[in-house]
Design a protein around this ligand. Structure first.
Ligand code: CTP
Length: 396
């Protein structure tokens, strides 16, 4: 649990910060909110207090139980997030102006800081704002770039508040240990699609959630992360280079293309084992009463990876099983020459495919077996990275 200080300045996106506060509250973080007077015109302090179940401060010249607010709060916080950051406050921060509670705290705080600029596109792209935001970066602020799209005033361009999950990812990164700094992690996730004809394909029930959580967790711990993703309905993780593929062949190419770059390879994708022997160039018509599809094996990507394994590589596979979990997983660990395999019972409805939860057993090359109790996939992802770290001598 960390002390997160949310600072809200006066932009239309102030209400988006409520979502950030809500997520942090659910995660059990300790929250305090500070606001400028202008911000209170967009969202009432009481709304933040209610959503965050937390204290909210606006007036810098009031004391809190006898304490001067800006110095006490800036010492309390582990992380400061200014969300949204207006052009006006960006300019003040650049010059160290301290004329309200938010700018006073920002000046007094010497821990990790995130800024989430959000404003009209012309204000965002004005030379002054560009100068101010780049000065903040130089001063050590992490800036979450605004998104492009329709803006509140009807214009179109860059300046929209980013996806809340991007802000949360950056908060996670700031609050997590940096124990994967400098490590290149290549993750595969999701199912593959093997085309039958231009409109039909064979696939499986993988949602990609476990692989996406692994990519996010590695990024949070400051790894460089590439994610090779089959077709899923998940948003590309913030700060992760995501390479979208469809078929097993495309996934194999993307994984092998990035193999020399990687230190840790985690193959959590549910790759199709078979594909149609022939791809019909036209939609197959329903003329016959029966239709037989001839399927042929796809290449085993993990086997290819093992054949091309470099000394720095640490290769992790997944075993999706509906029976004899441990025996089958151990067999795959050996046959595919893996460093570690994550055994996943996909027959259970409360974990596995499409669930936010998982419960797995990690089997290491040295025979060690580590059970990971049922938990949200994001925690399981961190547990897996902990085990990878302890079994990989180079990272420490
Ligand atoms: N895998 C792969 N290429 C394939 C099939 C699987 O790289 N063509 C990888 C998966 O990503 C996973 C591991 O191999 O990390 C085991 O996959 P799984 O589906 O559990 O087993 P299979 O090897 O396909 O064997 P089976 O279907 O018989 O259980």
């Amino acid at each position: 649990m960390s002390n997160v200080l949310l600072a809200v300045t006066g932009g239309i996106a102030a209400y988006k910060t409520l979502e950030v506060v809500s997520v942090l509250r659910k995660r059990g973080e300790k929250i305090k909110v500070i606001m400028t007077e202008e911000a209170t015109k967009f969202v009432a302090p009481l709304t933040f207090a209610g959503v965050g179940n937390c204290p909210v401060y606006v007036d810098a010249f009031k004391t809190d139980q006898g304490n001067i607010i800006h110095t006490t709060i800036s010492q309390w916080a582990d992380l400061l997030v200014i969300s949204p950051l207006t052009a006006n406050t960006a300019a003040k921060l650049h010059y160290g102006i301290a004329d309200n509670l938010v700018t006073m705290v920002a000046l007094a705080f010497n821990g990790p800081k995130i800024a989430v600029p959000s404003m009209n596109v012309r204000m965002y792209e004005s030379p002054a704002t560009i100068r101010n935001i780049s000065a903040l970066r130089e001063d050590g602020w992490s800036v979450v770039e605004p998104a492009s799209g329709h803006l509140a005033d009807g214009e179109y361009g860059k300046g929209r508040y980013p996806d809340v999950s991007d802000v949360i990812s950056e908060i996670d990164r700031m609050l997590s240990p940096n124990d994967y700094e400098g490590v290149n992690v290549l993750v595969s996730a999701g199912p593959t699609r093997e085309a039958i004809d231009p409109v039909r394909y064979i696939t499986n029930r993988s949602s990609g959630k476990m692989g996406y959580e692994l990519a996010k967790a590695a990024r949070a711990r400051n790894a460089n992360v590439k994610l090779v993703s089959g077709p899923v309905s998940l948003k590309a993780p913030y700060g992760v280079e995501t390479i979208n593929v469809e078929s097993a062949r495309e996934m194999k190419e993307a994984m092998l293309d990035n193999l020399n770059w990687a230190d840790v390879i985690i193959m959590s994708a549910a790759v199709a084992d078979y594909k149609p022997a022939e791809l019909s160039s036209q939609k197959i018509k329903k003329t016959a009463d029966e239709l037989n599809l001839k399927l042929v094996k796809t290449d085993d990507i993990l086997l290819e990876i093992s054949k091309n394994k470099l000394p720095n590589h640490f290769v992790v596979g997944f075993a999706a099983e509906t029976q004899e979990l441990m025996e089958n997983a151990k067999k795959k660990l050996q046959e595919k020459s893996l460093d570690m395999i994550v055994a996943n019972d996909v027959s259970r409805k409360d974990i596995g495919f499409d669930s936010a939860f998982n419960e797995v057993k990690v089997i290491c090359k040295n025979g060690e077996i580590i059970p990971l109790q049922r938990n949200e996939k994001r925690f399981i992802a961190h547990n897996i990275l902990d085990i990878v770290k302890s079994h990989r001598i180079k990272i420490s």
